[in-house]
Design a protein around this ligand. Structure first.
Ligand SMILES: C[S@@+](CC[C@H](N)C(=O)[O-])C[C@H]1O[C@@H](n2cnc3c(N)ncnc32)[C@H](O)[C@@H]1O
Length: 281
């Protein structure tokens, strides 16, 4: 029988379990005043590190992302957190072992091993970045950190509690149309439209997110707003994005984000970001 793994101290607040490019943890303070006070279910179709979901910890949520490894990890945290924690304690922070784990074929692993591999790689790779090549293979090098916290029991248990009433779906963002009802709150955080040709990181999956995707997303934003959902979207502050959402000028809020994930140090730093709220007329 499995002994339930106990965390160290008082219950941790739900928060991201992995670092994710474009993660919204640093933006929560700026977003706070714009979150609706009351809504039905919560939907987050570009889940990533789930900073907004964990922050709001809504009672009922439909969460999705097209990244299979990511959704598998959340399902394992939701239903098998004890086994996951046990498996995470087996990892070691050394370069040779890192590359062995990195080369593992995920389809030969159990769901728990896959989730454990993803967390291990995220905690020990360079800059905590998740990036795959065209074949879908994780390709970030070893991070050489002295003592990364591979297993944070309290944070995993807090995430397990927050996910208890969430539905997790591995799917493209369009799936939200099947699930969102009037009065629901939908938060979209797509890979950002590039500020310049080389500026933005978008290699979360081996399917790039292009202008056609941003246009389809704007159409879905409209459709959900017409349906009576409360729709919020973040993106880069560019003329292209402003034009796509021109019908929501009253709900367009300019914010400043501090981007820390970019391979070029001179491209890290403050950048303009837009938050668009469908209900502000
Ligand atoms: C900017 S990140 C979201 C970050 C998240 N809000 C956070 O706080 O960490 C964008 C996410 O969109 C996902 N994604 C990319 N293309 C997608 C698509 N076509 N449909 C659904 N998800 C997609 C990526 O896997 C990635 O996790």
């Amino acid at each position: 029988m499995l002994t339930r793994v106990k965390g160290g101290g008082a219950a941790a607040r739900p928060q991201p379990v992995i670092k994710w490019a474009g993660g919204k943890r640093q933006m929560l303070g700026q977003y706070q005043e714009y979150f609706p006070c009351a809504f039905g279910r919560y939907h987050e179709p570009f889940l990533g590190g789930a900073a907004v979901f964990f922050h709001l910890s809504p009672p009922v949520a439909v969460l999705s992302d097209s990244n299979d490894e990511l959704i598998n990890m959340y399902r394992v945290i939701q239903t098998k957190v004890d086994l996951l924690i046990e498996d995470l304690f087996r990892h070691r922070n050394d370069s040779e072992y890192f590359y062995q784990v990195r080369e593992m074929k995920v389809d030969t692993l159990s769901d728990v091993q896959r989730a454990s591999r993803l967390i291990f790689l995220n905690k020990t790779c360079y800059n905590g970045l998740y990036r795959v090549n065209r074949k879908g293979m994780f390709n970030v090098p070893f991070g050489k950190y002295k003592s990364p916290r591979i297993t944070d029991v309290d944070i995993l248990l807090a995430a397990n509690r927050a996910l208890q009433r969430a539905v997790l779906i591995r799917a493209g963002f369009e799936v939200v149309l099947e699930n969102a009802r009037p009065g629901d709150f939908v938060y979209f955080d797509p890979p950002y439209f590039p500020v310049s040709r080389t500026a933005n990181f978008t290699d979360f999956t081996n399917q790039p997110f292009g202008a056609g995707d941003h246009e389809r997303l704007a159409g879905i934003f409209d459709e959900l707003a017409r349906r009576g959902c409360l729709v919020m979207l973040s993106n880069s502050d560019t003329p292209y994005v402003r034009e796509l959402f021109d019908g929501y000028r009253a709900g367009m809020i300019s914010l400043t984000a501090n981007r820390s994930i970019n391979s070029k140090a001179d491209r890290r730093g403050p950048v303009g970001e837009l938050l668009i709220c469908s209900w502000m007329k």
